[in-house]
Structure formats: structure tokens, C-alpha cells
Design a protein around this ligand. Structure first.
Ligand code: FES
Length: 235
């Protein structure tokens, strides 16, 4: 065990546990997106950054490990500015049509936008121009809505050990696809639904709603929202 301090609150936590998990379990909400409780940490969205006493640079709390005496702040002025900037960078490549997105009202990115009070990005909007892929059974895959959190790639590789999904590149744009951009049905996909279940945005969607009603034989994943105790406090 280790004693750490988060925003002045002393906590007894498991040594080496992620500081983000320690905070969430104690009911201290730190915004996060690429983190999912069933997956390894990615550390890419930078929304979970915190100030660490004695460190000059901010650190992503999902990859920061608890150790005796660690003292962090989750909500300093500097953190607020940098966190807003991280969200703006995510939004710069994301469509603004939330109200017509099928994931409206059930989107983790939308929840974060509301929680952090960001309405748009000061960055110039990038038009990704991907065609929504609707030819696969069960899933719609709309890469225009992807924020590259990597949850789907990790779910496919770590949880299902299939690794059908990977990062591909088209000119300057990185996207999630398959080897040689094959359709999922031609790429050894088992259609377990893990990618759609962990996707925080409307990128990979279950078009039948069958997976969520247990057509998958494999263990169902619980959305981050349901496992994250502090999510209930997010408006
Ligand atoms: Fe920590 Fe994304 S949740 S960097």
C-alpha cells in the first residue's frame, strides 16, 4: 500500500496502481478518454493530465503509478488550460454534427465536451473525408468520428487476441482499418462486438443492436461509463 495525496486528500491506495484509477475509485473525477478499465493504457488523449509535486512537466495520470508520498493536483490553472487544449485538438478533427450522430446522448466525447464546457475548437477544422463503411455485417465504421483513442485496436488485440484492427495511414491521415483495408468479413473478424462496445464516439457502431443483447458468445464488455464511479457525477 502507499499513501498519496490528490487535491489535498490523502488516500491509502495500492502501490503501483494507476493514479487515474486511484482517483476515480476515491470519487475524484479526472477527465479521460483513451483509458478503458479493461484495456492497457494508451496515454494518447492527454485529457487526464495532472501536476505532480516536484515535476516540471504535467503527467498523464493513467500512466502515472502510485507510490508513497506522491502528491498531485488535478485542477490547477495550468492543467485546465492544457486539458482544454488537448480537447480542442481532439475536436479539430471531429465533425460538429453531434445532434444528428446516432451516438448522440451516449457518447463519451460529447459528455466530456459538456463537462469541460468546450463548444468548439480554435484549431482549423480538418475534413478527414472518409467514406462511412457500411458494407460489413453488424457494424458501421465511420472513421470521420474517430479520435484515435485506440480502444478498438487494443480490444481486438488484447481482449480477443485477433488483431484484425490496426492503425493505417492514408497520406497524412492516420485511421483504424484492417490489413490492406479488407472488409472485416474478409479479414478474419469474429464480429464479437468488443470494438463497438469500447468505442467512446460514434465511430464503430453496432447497426443491429444484437451484440448488446448477448448474441456474442464471448464475455461482454462493460462500457467505461458503467465501471467508472465518477462518471455518474459528470453532468
Ligand atoms: Fe490518460 Fe487518455 S486517459 S491520456
Amino acid at each position: 500500500m502507499a499513501t498519496i495525496t490528490i487535491d489535498g486528500i490523502r488516500l491509502e491506495v495500492q502501490d503501483n496502481k494507476s493514479v487515474l484509477d486511484c482517483a476515480l475509485e476515491a470519487g475524484i473525477y479526472i477527465p479521460h478518454l483513451c483509458h478503458h478499465p479493461d484495456l492497457s493504457e494508451h496515454g494518447s488523449c492527454r485529457l487526464c493530465i495532472v501536476d505532480v509535486e516536484g515535476e516540471e512537466n504535467v503527467v498523464a495520470s493513467c500512466i502515472l503509478r502510485a507510490k508513497e508520498g506522491l502528491n498531485i493536483r488535478t485542477n490547477s490553472e495550468r492543467i485546465g488550460k492544457l486539458r482544454n487544449l488537448a480537447l480542442e485538438l481532439l475536436l479539430a478533427g471531429h465533425p460538429e454534427d453531434c445532434s444528428t450522430c446516432p451516438k448522440y446522448g451516449n457518447c463519451e466525447l460529447q459528455t466530456l465536451i459538456q463537462y469541460m464546457g468546450a463548444t468548439n475548437s480554435r484549431m482549423r477544422a480538418r475534413i478527414k473525408g472518409f467514406k462511412s463503411e457500411e458494407r460489413n455485417p453488424l457494424f458501421i465504421h465511420d472513421m470521420n468520428r474517430c479520435v484515435l483513442c485506440g480502444r478498438c485496436v487494443r480490444a481486438c488485440g488484447e481482449l480477443r487476441e485477433v488483431s484484425v484492427l490496426q492503425y493505417n495511414k492514408k497520406e497524412l491521415e492516420t485511421y483504424v482499418g484492417t490489413v490492406h483495408d479488407k472488409l472485416l468479413k474478409d479479414a478474419d473478424c469474429r464480429f464479437c462486438g468488443a470494438c463497438a462496445e469500447v468505442c467512446p464516439t460514434g465511430t464503430i457502431r453496432d447497426k443491429t443492436q444484437l451484440l448488446s443483447s448477448s448474441s456474442s458468445k464471448e464475455e461482454a464488455l462493460v462500457p467505461c461509463r458503467a465501471q467508472c464511479p465518477a462518471h455518474t457525477d459528470v453532468p
